[in-house]
Ligand binder design. Structure first.
Ligand SMILES: Cc1cc2nc3c(=O)[nH]c(=O)nc-3n(C[C@H](O)[C@H](O)[C@H](O)COP(=O)(O)OP(=O)(O)OC[C@H]3O[C@@H](n4cnc5c(N)ncnc54)[C@H](O)[C@@H]3O)c2cc1C
Length: 258
C-alpha cells in the first residue's frame, strides 16, 4: 500500500491541519513513557516518520512541542504519541486525563519513509527516539511490505525498552524484520543471561550488525536507506560509518528530538 499524497499531479507530503483532539486513552509503557491516543480527523493522513505539533494555548500560549507519530497511517481511527516525562510541557501532559482536549497540528517533517521505494531499511533508535521508527515498522508489517528492515535499538535497562512486547510480536509477524537490542545499564542480575548486545550504539556495533544483516539477506549490493533517531553522537557515528561503507549520503536520514 502506498499513501496517496498526490497534490495537483505532483507527489508531495500530506497537508497539515490543526484540530482539537480528544485524548481517548493513556497507555503506561515504561517508567517514564506513556502513549497518548487520539481520534484522527476524517481524511487526514501522514507518512511514517512525520510528527505533529502539540499546543495547550490556555496554559502555554504559543509555546508548543513536536511529537513523532508512533502509530501507522493504516490505523483508520487513531494516532498515538509516545511521550517521555522530562520538563515543563511533559509534566503538564502527565497531569492530563482521558477526555482532555489537546490542540494538534500536522503532519510535518521530511524525516519519513519513501513509501514507493523497495530499499531495505536500516533503523537506529535510542530510547523514546524509536517513535518515528515504530510508525515505519508498524506500517511495513501491516502492509506486508517485502522490504528488509534492521532495527538496532538502544536503551538503558530492560524496563526502558519502549513497545517491548509489540516489537517481539512484530518480529514474529514480519519475516523481513530483524531487531537487535542493546542495553547500556545491564546490572549484575542480567549480566550472564541477557541475550542481546551491551553498550551504546557505536561505530563497531553499527558496522558489525549492518554487514552481518546484509550478508544474511543477500543485500551486499543494495544501498539501504537509513533513519536514525537518538542522541547526536549516535547520529554522527551512524553517518560516518555508513559513508565509510560507501552508502549514499542522500539515503542517510536523522531526526533530532532536542
Ligand atoms: C521532530 C521532533 C519529534 C519529537 N518526538 C518526540 C516523541 O515522539 N516523544 C518524546 O518524548 N519527545 C519527542 N520530541 C521532544 C519534545 O518535542 C520535547 O522536547 C520533550 O517532550 C521535552 O519537552 P519538555 O517541555 O517536557 O522539556 P523541556 O522543559 O523543554 O526540557 C528542558 C531541556 O531538556 C532537553 N531535553 C528534553 N527532553 C530530553 C530528553 N528526553 N533527554 C535529554 N534532553 C532532553 C531539551 O533540549 C531542553 O533543553 C520530539 C522533538 C522533535 C523536534
Amino acid at each position: 500500500m502506498t499513501i496517496n499524497t498526490e497534490v495537483q499531479g505532483r507527489p508531495s507530503r500530506p497537508k497539515s491541519q490543526k484540530w482539537e483532539a480528544e485524548l481517548v486513552e493513556i497507555i503506561d509503557e515504561t517508567p517514564d513513557i506513556k502513549t497518548f491516543r487520539f481520534h484522527k480527523p476524517e481524511n487526514w493522513t501522514f507518512i511514517p516518520g512525520q510528527y505533529v505539533m502539540v499546543y495547550f494555548p490556555e496554559v502555554f500560549g504559543k509555546k508548543n512541542r513536536a511529537y513523532s507519530i508512533a502509530s501507522s497511517p493504516t490505523d483508520p481511527d487513531y494516532i498515538d504519541l509516545s511521550i517521555k516525562l522530562y520538563g515543563v510541557f511533559t509534566h503538564h501532559i502527565w497531569n492530563l486525563r482521558e477526555g482532555s482536549g489537546w490542540q494538534l497540528k500536522g503532519p510535518y517533517g521530511r524525516f519519513h519513509i519513501d513509501n514507493e521505494s523497495d530499499d531495505p531499511l536500516l533503523l537506529l533508535g535510542a530510547g523514546v527516539g524509536i517513535t518515528p521508527l515504530m510508525s515505519m515498522i508498524r506500517w511495513a508489517t501491516l502492509t506486508k511490505s517485502d522490504r528488509k528492515i534492521l532495527l538496532l535499538y538502544s536503551n538503558k535497562r530492560p524496563k526502558d525498552i519502549l513497545y517491548k512486547t509489540e516489537l517481539i510480536m512484530l518480529e514474529r509477524m514480519n519475516p523481513n524484520l530483524r531487531i537487535i537490542y542493546t542495553l547500556t545499564r545491564l546490572g549484575d542480575k542480567l549480566k550472564y543471561t541477557w541475550p542481546g548486545l551491551t553498550g551504546r550504539i557505536d561505530a563497531d556495533m553499527i558496522k558489525n550488525e549492518v554487514l552481518r544483516w546484509q550478508e544474511e539477506n543477500g543485500l551486499e549490493k543494495a544501498t539501504p536507506t537509513s533513519y536514525g533517531c537518538g542522541p547526536i553522537p549516535m547520529l554522527e557515528t551512524m553517518e560516518k560509518v555508513l559513508l565509510e561503507l560507501n552508502w549514499s549520503k542522500e539515503k542517510i536520514h536523522y531526526e533530532k528530538f532536542w
